[in-house]
Design a protein around this ligand. Structure first.
Ligand code: GLU
Length: 444
């Protein structure tokens, strides 16, 4: 349902902001609510919708939260000083970005900080697609100009040439490029030399980069690198607890600014002080231990990466075997298959867009996933995002912990511990190949 639909009778007096007319709830949130409703009604639902970590918050971080549950005072708007220090040190340690605690702004989720950025930055937002579902609606809510960069190479990543040719001959104006890697929804990332080449184009054209590195620690090899090392003067690094720390519901995000953008940081802090005031105090105290890291967190992350990598490998193998195209992710917990090869057969069933594909998948096969169009892809590109998170991450972690050090997570492990994911993928693939009756049948 969109905001417009909920206004009521046409003769009712309303004062709805015109920019909100036609805007619906965020697809990531809406799909979860729809899946929950179907499950409550007794349907078996394969949950590939919302992208939230299947893993628990590391024990040390939960203990820190418990120890600080009584912290009840408002904190400084920019964040708890110890946390700002820990975040700056984290970026120094992990991505070799040299900035001080003053450069950190803490917020109730990086999503909120991104919104504040768009409030404060009077310019154009460049969004290479496929891109996370909320960047563009945020621009729309605020009346900002946003431009999709759709020509992002065969593997759907932004190439320096594509960026250059898009900007060539254009007059300078303030622009923010949102670069997200490992990427939601593809799981693809950039190698250091590719980041350097993109940075050179951005520097030449005076572009600010919002580097959304929320999945950085979920790079399967633990080898995430930041564009900030190549474009230190114009990169804002976005991170948070939601993905690598399994704490999406805790709502804590961080931005790291260069000195050159201190004016923007300050403007955002002022707006924050007039809106959310400060981020939840106990959560900030707990986050200190997460960003400080240490052996338990390193071990946790090593296991998380291994499991996510193995799940992705197995899912990609099955999708390719079924004839759909899909890139092998390098991090995070998504895959973004393209069912273009089945276009003719799907059209015969009345399915011509990714939206139709996903809504029929949910209705007929109980598979909840998001259409490529929600990620800014053309409506008739038959892509969909699957969040590979429908399994008990605590059990999988415990099972891996019980295995000898250095043991591999193989397909048999995934079959056992991420069974629901594989079952869902099989239902999806059967439905694409043969239609609703096949999806419902169990494999013999
Ligand atoms: N980022 C997650 C996703 O893409 C969920 C949270 C959100 O979108 O706000 O599914």
């Amino acid at each position: 349902m969109t905001i417009q639909d909920s206004v009521g009778h046409p003769d009712q007096r309303v004062a709805l902001a015109p920019r909100l007319i036609g805007l619906g709830p965020s697809p990531t949130i809406a799909i979860q609510e729809r899946a929950n409703a179907l499950a409550r009604a007794g349907r078996r639902v394969h949950r590939f919708g919302l992208g939230q970590s299947p893993f628990p918050v590391p024990r040390v971080v939960v203990d820190a939260l418990r120890a600080h549950a009584d912290r009840k005072d408002y904190l400084p708007t920019a964040g708890l000083p110890e946390l700002r220090e820990a975040v700056a040190e984290y970026h120094r340690r992990r991505q070799r970005i040299e900035r001080s605690a003053d450069a950190v702004l803490v917020g109730p989720g990086s999503k909120e900080l991104m919104f504040l950025l768009q409030v404060a930055f009077d310019g154009e937002i460049l969004i290479p697609t496929p891109a996370w579902v909320s960047y563009e609606p945020q621009a729309r809510i605020l009346g900002r100009l946003s431009t999709r960069l759709a020509h992002t190479g065969a593997d759907r990543r932004l190439s320096p040439d594509a960026l250059e040719s898009m900007l060539e001959g254009e007059a300078w104006r303030p622009r923010v490029l949102i670069l997200n890697y490992p990427n939601n929804p593809t799981g693809l990332t950039y190698a250091p030399d590719e980041l350097a080449a993109l940075a050179a184009v951005c520097r030449r054209h005076g572009i600010v980069v919002l580097s959304d590195e929320i999945y950085g620690e979920l790079h399967f090899e633990g080898a995430h690198a930041s564009i900030a090392t190549h474009l230190p003067e114009a990169t804002i690094v976005s991170s948070g607890l939601s993905k690598w720390c399994g704490a999406g519901g805790w709502r804590l995000g961080t931005f790291l600014f260069p000195r050159e953008l201190a004016w923007l940081q300050e403007a955002m802090r002022v707006v924050a002080s007039e809106t959310f005031t400060s981020t939840s105090a106990p959560i900030q105290y707990a986050a200190v231990s997460a960003f400080q890291g240490g052996l338990p967190i390193e071990r946790y992350l090593a296991r998380v990466r291994k499991i996510l990598h193995a799940v992705a490998l197995e899912v990609v193998r099955r999708i390719r075997e079924a004839g759909a195209a899909v890139a092998m992710p390098q991090g995070a917990f998504y895959v973004f298959p393209d069912f273009g090869p089945a276009r003719r057969a799907l059209a015969a069933r009345g399915i011509r867009t990714s939206r139709e594909l996903c809504s029929r998948l949910l209705e007929e096969a109980g598979v909840a996933c998001l259409p490529g169009s929600a990620f800014g892809r053309p409506p008739d590109e038959l892509t969909a995002r699957l969040s590979l998170v429908d399994f008990d991450g605590s059990k999988a972690l415990a099972a891996l912990e019980a295995m000898p050090q250095g043991a591999d997570v193989d397909a048999a492990f995934i079959e056992l511990h991420a069974h629901a994911v594989l079952e869902g993928v099989e239902s999806l693939l059967r439905w694409v190949a043969e239609g609703p009756a096949a999806a419902a049948s169990t494999r013999g």
